[in-house]
Design a protein around this ligand. Structure first.
Ligand SMILES: [Zn+2]
Length: 108
């Protein structure tokens, strides 16, 4: 635990944190795209709980490109490839079929 604190302190030095923050913002945007395209879902009771959806990356990219064309991301993504990569990473990452918090509530 102590090492982790140390780590986050060091991360705030220099430009490293900016890169991390940028990645985090890209990730949030990618989640928004994937959810809008139904490629992934958010539990209707738990905001932070991301679940598998259609997994349709090409449709998600269409949605992402549409948002980019409307200027929604400003300077967040440098290219369409970056959007594709970010959305693909999210879709690949989400492996839960049902919300663990809902499952736990049902179990209790
Ligand atoms: Zn839930």
């Amino acid at each position: 635990m102590r090492d982790q604190n140390q780590f986050s302190k060091e991360a705030k030095v220099g430009g490293w944190k900016d890169i991390e923050e940028h990645r985090w913002e890209q990730r949030q945007a990618a989640i928004g795209i994937a959810v809008a395209a139904k490629a992934i879902r958010i539990c209707e009771f738990h905001d932070g709980s991301l679940l598998t959806g259609t997994g349709d990356l090409s449709y998600a990219c269409t949605v992402g490109n549409g948002k980019m064309n409307r200027g929604e991301f400003k300077e967040l993504f440098a290219s369409r490839t970056e959007i594709t990569d970010a959305v693909k990473a999210i879709i690949d990452e989400i492996a839960l079929d049902s919300c663990p918090y809902c499952d736990k509530m049902l179990a209790d």
